[in-house]
Design a protein around this ligand. Structure first.
Ligand code: TYD
Length: 206
């Protein structure tokens, strides 16, 4: 595909949204067409699924149903937003993607990393990011930054510790496609490191 797909991943309060915005601004300033998006969400139907799956109203939602909803939301998002943007050569910057399901549902809900991964691969017709940036932060620190927690954020600390381990394991298994960043550093330092690596990736594509 002519475009470039970059995903941000990490636990709660890691600063993904800030870094996603700063990277998008950097890429736009460099003259790229950038599509900024997020999961769960990104299309009207996916946002509707987001409302179900994150709502504290549905506390105790069955774990498999939760995994299926995230995968369904992702399938719609990939088909309607991400693939068309990549086809026309845009850079897609996405706040969370498939590895969030592997970490939160596969590891966190103990549904199995491989099974959850293959569910999302099926849902998206095997669409994977070119680069995934994992912002790593101790959940004790990250959760302190959250006000008004949604259904997943309200899970106990041990759940978020499992999620953190998951992201590090996923990234460790494929170092060429992942960048792990210590998210306790200054926002500007992180942004500079991310931009430099993405610039390299883009140069390699030209
Ligand atoms: P969001 O408000 O976007 O949180 P954040 O700012 O932390 O990204 O809510 C997304 C929540 O959904 C977050 O707690 C992680 C969770 N999630 C999953 O459990 N599985 C998934 O596949 C995705 C995309 C998100």
């Amino acid at each position: 595909m002519p475009g470039v797909f970059i995903a941000f991943e990490g636990g709660e309060g890691a600063g993904k949204s800030t870094q996603e915005r700063l990277l998008a601004e950097h890429l736009i300033a460099s003259g790229h067409e950038v599509v900024r998006t997020r999961e769960p969400g990104g299309t009207p139907a996916s946002e509707a699924m987001r409302n179900i799956v994150l709502s504290p109203e549905f506390t105790g939602l069955d774990a498999r149903s939760e995994a299926l909803l995230f995968a369904a939301s992702r399938g719609e998002h990939a088909a309607r937003v991400i693939r068309p943007a990549l086809d026309r050569g845009a850079v897609v910057v996405c706040d969370r993607y498939l590895d969030s399901s592997v970490a939160y549902q596969g590891y966190g809900r103990n549904l199995g990393a491989e099974r959850v991964r293959s569910l999302s691969l099926w849902a998206t017709n095997s669409l994977l990011p070119d680069l995934t940036i994992v912002l790593d932060v101790d959940p004790v620190i990250g959760l302190r930054r959250i006000t008004n927690p949604d259904r997943l954020e309200a899970e106990p600390l041990v759940y978020h510790e499992l999620v953190r381990t998951a992201f590090l394991e996923i990234a460790g298994g494929e170092p060429d496609r992942y960048l792990v960043i210590d998210a306790s550093r200054a926002v500007s330092d992180i942004a500079a490191e991310v931009s430099a690596l993405v610039d390299l990736l883009m140069q390699g594509r030209q």
